[in-house]
Design a protein around this ligand. Structure first.
Ligand SMILES: Nc1ncnc2c1ncn2[C@@H]1O[C@H](COP(=O)(O)OP(=O)(O)OP(=O)(O)O)[C@@H](O)[C@H]1O
Ligand SMILES: [Mg+2]
Length: 241
């Protein structure tokens, strides 16, 4: 039986092994960072830019993106769930991720699409692994199981002092405050540190972008990374895809 019992091992087929890159189609890009760093803003800009270059990007987010995962998201972000154990939290994120990957991300990649995903496994490493103190290695283990080891081709992490990020969010009228927004500044500082630690573990995949700059400057740097990978994908699949 393949490691992923459902998809004939296709998750394993996109594992980090270098040989697999040749047969890959599509491009899996994730955007990470603390609250208010500008993830959603950047994704909208990148999606627009991809469309202008003739692509039809699939834009999605975690936790969520498909009905089962959106149901888990409601539970995770519900302010009434004050007593959630950190391990429960980590497992729920991993469960939502597994469903989202199987049902939405992998099929899109197999069709050759560029997938832009707002948060992915590195958020779990930063929030549950580092900030909640479960350990980055431990959280990586359960996520390896959840994802079959499928990692993004590229992760852009928006690096910002969380005090600035939280101030940006507070300015937004009508933005709902979720369970994680209620954590104190020290927690969000640990999240930022967790992302930096994750970047140290995955050099070549995770790139830290200074998110204190104006949106256009962040977009330009992000686009350079994507354009570089698109050129590689096109070289590997010269007849399109
Ligand atoms: N580079 C930037 N400089 C200043 N303000 C920005 C920048 N990028 C985004 N913003 C503004 O900051 C606010 C938060 O941005 P956005 O929603 O994109 O962040 P996010 O990382 O998706 O937040 P969340 O973690 O809450 O999902 C928005 O009002 C947005 O317009
Ligand atoms: Mg957002």
């Amino acid at each position: 039986m393949p490691p992923d019992g459902r998809k004939g091992g296709s998750r394993a087929g996109r594992m980090t092994g270098e040989g697999a890159d040749i047969v890959r189609r599509g491009l899996f890009v994730t955007i990470e960072g603390v609250e208010g760093a500008g993830k959603t803003t950047l994704i909208a800009r990148l999606a627009e830019r991809l469309r202008r270059s003739g692509h039809e990007p699939v834009v999605t987010r975690e936790p969520g993106g498909v009905p089962v995962a959106e149901a888990i998201r409601s539970l995770l972000l519900d302010r009434a769930q004050t007593g959630m154990d950190p391990r429960t939290e980590a497992l729920l994120y991993a469960a939502a991720r597994s469903q989202h990957l199987a049902e939405k991300v992998l099929p899109a990649l197999e069709r050759g699409s560029v997938v832009l995903c707002d948060r992915f496994v590195d958020s779990s490493l930063a929030y549950q692994g580092h900030a909640r103190g479960l350990g980055i290695d431990e959280v990586w283990q359960i996520n390896r199981f959840a994802t079959g080891g499928c990692l993004p081709d590229l992760t852009l992490c928006l690096d910002l002092d969380p005090e600035i990020g939280l101030a940006r969010i507070r300015k937004e009228a009508g933005r709902e405050v979720n369970r994680l927004d209620l954590e104190d500044l020290a927690f969000h500082r640990k999240v930022r540190e967790g992302f930096r630690l994750a970047a140290g573990r995955f050099p070549g995949r995770i790139f830290m972008l200074d998110a204190s700059r104006p949106p256009l400057a962040v977009e330009e740097e992000a686009w350079n990374h994507i354009a570089r990978l698109l050129a590689q994908v096109q070289a590997a699949n010269p007849r399109g895809g």
